[in-house]
Design a protein around this ligand. Sequence first.
Ligand SMILES: NC(=O)c1ccc[n+]([C@@H]2O[C@H](COP(=O)([O-])OP(=O)(O)OC[C@H]3O[C@@H](n4cnc5c(N)ncnc54)[C@H](O)[C@@H]3O)[C@@H](O)[C@H]2O)c1
Length: 439
Amino acid sequence: MADRYLHFTGTAPGRFLTRRLGLPQPAPLRRWSPGTPSLDGPLLHLTAGESATTKELGALLAETGLDVTGQADRPAAIVLDATAVTTAGALGEVHAALHPVVRSLAPGGRIVVVGVRPSAGDHHQAAAQQALEGFVRSLGKEIGKGATVQLLRIEPESVASAGSTLRFLLSPRSAYISGQVIELTDAAPGPVADWTAPLAGRTALVTGAARGIGASVASVLARDGARVVCLDIPQAADELTRTADRLGATALPLDITAADAAERIAAAVPQGLDVLVHNAGITRDRRLANMPADRWASVIDVNLDSVLRTTDALLSSGTVNRDGRIIATASIAGIAGNNGQTNYAASKAGIIGLVRSLAPRAAADHGVTVNAVAPGFIETKMTAAVPLFIREAGRRMNSLSQGGLPVDVAETTAWFAQPASSAVNGQIVRVCGQSLLGA
Ligand SMILES: NC(=O)c1ccc[n+]([C@@H]2O[C@H](COP(=O)([O-])OP(=O)(O)OC[C@H]3O[C@@H](n4cnc5c(N)ncnc54)[C@H](O)[C@@H]3O)[C@@H](O)[C@H]2O)c1
């Protein structure tokens, strides 16, 4: 269902009327396509105070091929190195750096504040670095014009680990992500021979890939060079085959809740799996008082239990290759809760628990990262079926005043999937336009 309001506010009378009425002003968001530049202008690299990482960060930004500068009238992006902000007083440096330039940021611009993890042993440092989170979340809400603001926490000793993440955040691939805090580990990035095909030679399996977000994930992984296996229920076999054929992928009709699902996946990928995307999901909404046990159980089984079972089996059988990536699908409903979705929200919150607990062990034992996307309101058949009033609320109740597209979730998945994203582990990244629901 097309977003007619977004279209209307793009016309002169629509803009005039909606401004007069004080209604939301969604800006059209640019998505990335091969051959187009990541940024439509220079990248302003600023530092709050004296930072030991500035030189290395500058070199890393220069490697991206972006036009990095210390001064720009109309920057398309701003990276502020705030790693040296260790006291409340030093927060003034953040204001001093961004206050003069924030208004000049181009429409659809990107701001990335680079910080470090709040320290357990130094409460002044912890206060200052945690302050950046409130700062970024507020700036994301006020900046407007389709611009986004994120906080990226790096390990100062491993600046190079941030390369794939900076490329993602400083591009239209992250168009529908704002107000997020992403924390990197010190894991060294895997090699990238060609940034235009970062998944070349990798094998990926996407569950629920016949349609919707899963089909888009499969498409973006294939675009980035991966050999893709598309899995969906046998009842969706025709749609699945069409999607797989279109992408030059392999179709695997299989119910992910089947007892032998993991063995059948392993048999379909004799070369092993480099990227496992748990995207299949269902809703069976009812308030708890009206919810029969079967509606509860089916949602928990598809959205959570099958993810736990297949992940365990594919990791322990060695089907997930070393340096592999496991990417699960949460939801902002799993963070904020939702009326009529106790089963769904429980399953999606369970995914968050799984990711946070397994990530460090999977990295230590198997060299595998485990992350999740948490989509907000994404324009799919599922959300087109939502009643008009709730649909409109879902679309507008975020900093970008519009719904996201399946490709926004797919681009996030593709960033997690990259060999160069080894330092991205245990992260729950919301693809929700900074929804007002949840943190
Ligand atoms: N659309 C949104 O706004 C939104 C928001 C938050 C989270 N999500 C999550 O994103 C994922 C994809 O959502 P979507 O909107 O594309 O949904 P969708 O219903 O369009 O697609 C889901 C796919 O999963 C498949 N599937 C369901 N049960 C399966 C099973 N047992 N085995 C294998 N495949 C199965 C379906 O056949 C379907 O093709 C889901 O996990 C969903 O919960 C979506």
